[in-house]
Design a protein around this ligand. Structure first.
Ligand code: G6P
Ligand code: MG
Length: 208
């Protein structure tokens, strides 16, 4: 029985995953290498710093700490410029209806995202008030697949992780949810989200 629902943000509530990808791809191209959607799967759900580490590893590039920090900052600048234009209409199909439906059933709702831009995105989408708790990249120290973000979100809801369902589009996020002891609904491709308890194409399948 689901007492709490914990939602990842990028790729679950809103398609910001594509803006992350475009900003990382632009950085890779500036550095002189291609960055494919297959490469990008490794970055989904992963923190900004860890994402850059993986990207540089793919490009076979080593940089000093200052350059690393400048690269992370320039990617974030480009990403924030894209999400600054986000509109409430860009909430993924069914996501808002499903959140409202869960609330009306008395299910507690949390956000569990690695992003440091999560609050900004929720405010742009005008859905911050649908969440009882927000655990984001400013509040956790260990990136997915570590379960920290989902354990913290459960605690913030006053619930045991095993009574919560995690909704995730990233392989690392599915692993984090399972490691927390929650049931996990994968959003996306069953080939990629193999460890999820159930895989759906989008929240529209559950709303209504
Ligand atoms: C989410 C996304 C990742 C992103 C991470 C950090 O988990 O899936 O692709 O790298 O958040 O986002 P931020 O907005 O803090 O750079
Ligand atoms: Mg995601």
């Amino acid at each position: 029985h689901m007492k709490g629902a914990i939602f990842d943000l990028d790729g679950v509530i809103v398609d910001t995953a594509k803006y992350h990808y475009l900003a990382w791809k632009a950085l890779a191209n500036r550095l002189g290498f291609e960055f494919t959607e297959a490469h990008n799967e490794r970055l989904k759900g992963v923190s900004r710093v860890e994402s850059l580490r993986i990207l540089l590893e793919i490009g076979g590039i080593e940089v000093d700490e200052q350059t690393f920090n400048e690269m992370a900052e320039s990617k974030n600048k480009e990403y924030v410029a894209s999400i600054a234009k986000l509109q409430p209409e860009e909430i993924l199909p069914g996501a808002k209806a499903y959140l409202q439906q869960l609330r009306s059933q008395g299910v507690k709702i949390a956000l569990g995202s690695a992003s440091k831009n999560a609050e900004f995105i929720l405010s742009k989408l005008e859905i911050a008030d649908l969440f009882d708790a927000v655990i984001d990249g400013n509040k956790v120290s260990k990136a997915k697949p570590d379960p920290e973000v989902f354990v913290s979100a459960s605690v913030a809801l006053g619930l045991d992780p095993k009574d919560c369902v995690v909704f995730e589009d990233a392989e690392a996020g599915v692993q984090a949810g399972k490691a927390a002891g929650s049931k996990v609904v994968g959003i996306g491709s069953p080939e990629i989200l193999r460890e999820a308890d159930l895989v759906i194409a989008g929240l529209a399948e559950l709303a209504g």
